[in-house]
Design a protein around this ligand. Structure first.
Ligand SMILES: *[C@@H]1O[C@H](CO)[C@@H](O)[C@H](O)[C@H]1NC(C)=O
Ligand SMILES: *[C@@H]1O[C@H](CO)[C@@H](O)[C@H](O)[C@H]1NC(C)=O
Length: 356
């Protein structure tokens, strides 16, 4: 209901007709999703997808107060307007008996093919951590040796058919299990996208000095954070103004922002949008009467048009009451693969209207 009334209000604002959309044209919801780069509508597979990573919550909260630069992710100092956290879909690789000091061996797989071809990937960061509850009370002490390989199709002679060739991407030693380890995989992720050959990674953690490390796998967690820049208008940083207090007082028929709250639950989007639950979108409505006052933010052309309209009301319409200043919002949602996505959208809230 709210979505429809938004679209109706936007179209009626300047007297446009709603009729005449042929049947094969996409409906209002599809159009809005397309405009948001979300077509078809995301639908998480799992009824209870993974919790939102704390970092994304933090960035989401900060996103409601945009930083100084648009399309720029302050936290990582890279361009971007979409941040995805991919869950790991790789399986365990059984450790064959004689490899005494190997604690765990695992495939890591992140399906980055959900990135649109037009998106520019600017950062891919792997995070590996160990759930604290598993080792909080009796911490395992390292040193541990971690090796991360990129799996490739290059099979070596004598290898089983299902085995992969591998190429070392990173190696690191660490002592403490409570610290998350991060690895820059931007280049690797770019190659996964470019060659459509993503066989994932192979991770090995060993403890050569020999602490007992069986059970490390139970605490293991991995995720891939990917920042990308989708083609979108990136406008200069604008301070978010206070939303207009509406509804407009009775009798006010002059062009101004009107209050419109868009509830995602009303649109049926609550199963994939995590936050916000809705937002104050507003719209512009009202007349642009002669003579146009300064508050109506008119162009010279609009002033001219009202003069002509006052002389010939039938022949020339009034100027339109349209948004002249908009501000962005951020949306946190689940994609079709149950990954958590934080996406920044320009021009979602009407702050000011004008006669144009
Ligand atoms: C990766 O995602 C794409 C698009 O969402 C899907 O078509 C493909 O089957 C997925 N691949 C794997 C291995 O899950
Ligand atoms: C026109 O802009 C001014 C500030 O530049 C603003 O205060 C005013 O509300 C705007 N007018 C409308 C109709 O939004």
């Amino acid at each position: 209901m709210a979505l429809l009334s938004l679209l109706v209000a936007l179209q009626l604002a300047c007297g446009a007709s709603l009729a005449g959309a042929p049947d094969d044209q996409p409906g209002p919801e599809t159009r809005l999703l397309q405009a948001m780069g979300l077509s078809p509508r995301p639908s998480p597979k799992s009824a209870s997808p993974a919790p939102v990573p704390p970092l994304l919550w933090r960035l989401f909260r900060r996103g409601s107060a945009p930083g100084p630069e648009p399309c720029w992710v302050e936290e990582f100092q890279v361009p971007g307007n979409i941040i995805r956290v991919f869950r790991d879909q790789g399986g365990w690789i059984p450790i064959s008996e004689p490899q005494g000091c190997l604690c765990l061996q695992k495939r890591l797989y992140f399906n980055v093919s959900v990135l649109d071809a037009a998106e520019r990937l600017t950062l891919a960061q792997l995070e590996i951590k160990f759930g604290l509850n598993a080792y909080g009370t009796s911490p395992l002490a390292g040193p541990f040796e971690l090796s991360l390989y990129r799996a490739s199709r290059l099979a070596l002679r004598g290898m089983a058919a299902h085995a992969y060739g591998r190429q070392l991407v990173a190696a690191r030693s660490f002592v403490h299990l409570h610290q998350a380890l991060t690895f820059d995989l931007t280049g690797v992720a770019e190659e996964w996208r470019a060659s459509a050959g993503n066989l994932g990674l192979i991770l090995e953690i060993g403890a050569p000095a020999g602490p007992l490390c069986t059970g490390l796998d139970a605490a293991f967690e991995a995720s891939l954070l990917v920042v990308s820049l989708a083609p979108a208008p990136c406008r200069g940083g604008r301070p978010r103004r206070g939303a207009p207090r509406g509804p407009a007082p009775a009798g006010s028929h002059v062009c101004k922002p009107r209050r419109l709250y868009l509830s995602f639950a009303d649109v049926g989007w609550e199963n994939w949008i995590i936050a916000p639950q809705g937002y104050l979108a507003n719209y512009c409505l009202g007349e642009c009467p002669f003579p146009l006052t300064e508050e109506l933010n008119s162009t010279n052309h609009a002033i001219l048009q009202t003069i002509v309209h006052s002389l010939d009301p039938e022949g020339t319409p009034q100027p339109c009451c349209v948004p002249v200043r908009l501000s962005p919002i951020s949306i946190l949602y689940y994609d079709n693969d149950d990954n958590v996505v934080l996406r920044h959208y320009e021009d979602m809230v009407v702050d000011e209207c004008g006669c144009r």
